[in-house]
Design a protein around this ligand. Structure first.
Ligand SMILES: [Fe+2]
Ligand SMILES: [Fe+2]
Length: 301
């Protein structure tokens, strides 16, 4: 076995690591708009030519708004996926069912937390930031695929949050402590989700022929392409918001938009795709599947 994860131990760790919304952000707390919100490793706003430091910070904050919106969207399809996966075996192993339902409940809490941060963002940011959606439609498009493909997308997302938190730790710029705390608390619970999703993917891959796995990888790539397209549209929305907030048009807008799309590709796809644990799950599923995804990963770097 390429890992030693099991439902009983993961449930026990999850229950110990659990937190409440107010531990992260109370409804009366305000974000500090005098600081960056996102680690530079994800936002990649410091290197943009033609933006002064103030404008770079505004774009960093818009990138954080995107983070709240994108995680809102993905958590909303993770939740029904988990409930569907849990339902057929409700009378099975007690640890398994409790671990899966706890996982689902934590994702519902994360959706709630991201909304709370979003409300705080809207209260403090001068202009409206448009987001892709509606999230129901995005979720429906993702969930119409083979559960193995969806499970792999979710596994990639769970592992990427680990990298996001580490990025905020390494970041030596002056990050807003509340946002840092969001990444940390999400990381704490997602670390257990990633283990459970590893078990889910193992189960969904069991007994599949090489051709069936290959087909699931096609569908994984289809979902990846669909999400990537959403990120491209979102990059445009982000720059609309930036131009509104700073009161001028960017001369090098096309260039900045492409650079910010690439930053989002790394944040929401690439950083999960290259995660060692994600690659190990693929390798166990099929060395050919691992090879196929290793070939496309550089696009999302
Ligand atoms: Fe989550
Ligand atoms: Fe999660």
């Amino acid at each position: 076995m390429y890992h030693d994860f099991n439902y009983e131990a993961t449930l026990a760790t999850s229950l110990r690591a659990q937190w409440q919304l107010d531990d992260v952000l109370r409804t009366d707390q305000e974000l500090d708009f005098g600081r960056n919100f996102m680690p530079e490793s994800l936002a990649r706003t410091a290197a943009i030519e033609g933006l002064n430091p103030f404008e770079q910070r505004v774009l960093n904050q818009i990138s954080a708004h995107q983070y709240l919106a994108i995680f809102g969207v993905v958590e909303e399809f993770i939740l029904p996926f988990l409930v569907d996966h849990a339902r057929p075996a409700l009378r099975g192993d007690d640890y398994r069912i409790r671990a899966l339902l706890n996982f689902a409940s934590e994702e519902a809490k994360h959706i709630h937390l991201f909304k709370r941060f979003h409300d705080a963002f809207v209260r403090g940011f001068p202009v409206e930031c448009q987001v892709i959606g509606p999230s129901e439609d995005i979720g429906a498009e993702v969930l119409r695929h083979d559960p193995l493909a969806v499970g792999l997308v979710i596994l990639m997302i769970e592992w990427m949050t680990q990298e996001h938190y580490l990025g905020s730790i390494r970041d030596d710029s002056d990050l807003d402590p509340l946002f840092k705390s969001l990444l940390k608390h999400h990381w704490m619970e997602e670390a257990q989700h990633a283990k459970l999703d590893t078990l889910i993917v193992d189960a969904l891959g069991e007994g599949r022929s090489e051709a069936e796995i290959d087909k699931a990888i096609d569908e994984f790539l289809e979902i990846g392409g669909f999400l990537d397209n959403g990120l491209k549209v979102q990059a445009g929305f982000n720059l609309d918001a930036l131009e509104k907030a700073i009161g001028r048009k960017l001369e090098n807008r096309e260039e900045v938009e492409a650079q910010q799309h690439q930053a989002a590709r790394w944040t929401y796809i690439g950083s999960g795709m290259v995660h060692e644990r994600f690659k190990a799950s693929l390798e166990a599923l099929s060395p050919n599947a691992a090879k196929r995804l290793a070939e496309v990963a550089p696009v999302f770097a």
